[in-house]
Design a protein around this ligand. Structure first.
Ligand code: FPP
Ligand code: MG
Length: 318
């Protein structure tokens, strides 16, 4: 990765290039099943292939490359993470949870394939992620003991200690009036943060990063994960969500516990800036080599800050 990733055009090009690489790899992994019923594969492909920003697997590639791993070693793990993410979105959109008709500007999987098939496509993507991480292809690049450790880590992030646990409390907190900030943060750190943290940690570990480096990118990942959900909720609360972003019209209009709903949009934006500064501080030691990770953090935060990156560059030191 060249180190000159300094402006928005370069970042956009970088994100597009990495995203295309991941999409090609996902297409490849999801083509390997000739079967009698094609509907389940169509539903899986529909959930994972079009439209996503691929932020999590891009983070895996960027972190792994920072510590010297080749793309070929990182891709199976990056794609597995995107499969877990895609599963979580398919299930999150189901009538039993958010009951959404639109995702990324298109009909949600259950609106196209029916609830049963969407449920199965989510199950299949989640399972497939671990199948891919433990595949002979992945084991050729990464030592089996490390693969087991990474599976342990991703299954924790996806499970009741992460995504599922966060989503469960989110569900319980819906429509409650006195949810405090600590509870909101607890939910965010698990429902959104855990997978983002796992994305950077897995990239670093595939590259054989030293403990001090793993510590630094872990702290970056924790802060970025929280920032990601706060930014998502600010966009949603200020009506700036566009086709392709996470939150879209939920016809149940449930009242979620979010940072903007508890502290207000201005304070949520201040928290975002503080989190961005903390992310950048962790990467300072890597200089220009960490340009992609720094640019991704700025990008995540800038989309929810008025005046976009200009006001950010005046306030934030990198
Ligand atoms: C949008 O990501 C998604 C989030 C901000 C995470 C929300 C968390 C859940 C839906 C957890 C659901 C958990 C279960 C167990 C159902 P994004 O903006 O990166 O989406 P994209 O892939 O469309 O770009
Ligand atoms: Mg939702």
């Amino acid at each position: 990765m060249n180190s000159g990733l300094v402006n928005k055009i370069e970042l956009d090009e970088y994100l597009q290039r990495q995203s295309a690489l991941i999409t090609r790899a996902l297409e490849d992994y999801l083509q390997k099943y000739p079967g009698k019923s094609q509907t389940i594969f169509q539903a899986m492909r529909y959930g994972v292939l079009p439209g996503g920003k691929r932020i999590r697997p891009i983070l895996t590639l960027a972190t792994g490359e920072l510590f010297g791993a080749p793309q070929s070693s990182l891709l199976p793990f990056a794609c597995a993470i995107e499969m877990v993410h895609a599963y979580s979105l398919i299930h999150d959109d189901l009538p039993a949870l958010d009951d959404d008709d639109l995702r990324r500007g298109a009909a949600t999987a259950h609106r196209v394939f029916g609830e049963g098939m969407a449920l199965l496509a989510g199950d299949a993507l989640l399972t497939e992620a671990f199948h891919l991480m433990s595949s002979p292809d992945a084991m050729r690049c990464v030592a089996p003991e490390l693969v087991v450790r990474l599976i342990h880590e991703l299954s924790h992030a996806a499970g009741v200690g992460g995504l599922v646990g966060g989503q469960a409390l989110d569900l319980e907190a819906e429509n409650e009036n006195d949810v405090d900030l600590a509870t909101v943060e607890w939910i965010h750190v698990r429902k959104t943060g855990a997978l983002i943290l796992a994305s950077v940690r897995i990239g670093a570990q595939v590259a054989g990063a030293q403990p001090a480096d793993l510590g630094r990118v872990s702290r970056y990942g924790e802060r970025l994960g929280l920032a990601f959900q706060i930014a998502d909720d600010i966009l949603d609360a200020s009506g700036q969500t566009t086709a392709g972003e996470g939150a879209e019209s939920s016809h149940n209009e449930r009242k979620k516990a979010t940072y903007p709903s508890v502290v207000g949009i201005p304070q949520a934006r201040e928290t975002l800036k503080e989190l961005l500064q903390l992310c950048l501080d962790e990467l300072a030691t890597y200089g220009a080599q960490a340009a992609p990770l720094k640019a991704i953090a700025r990008h995540v935060v800038a989309r929810a800050i008025h005046g976009d990156s200009k006001s950010l560059s005046e306030e934030i030191n990198s």
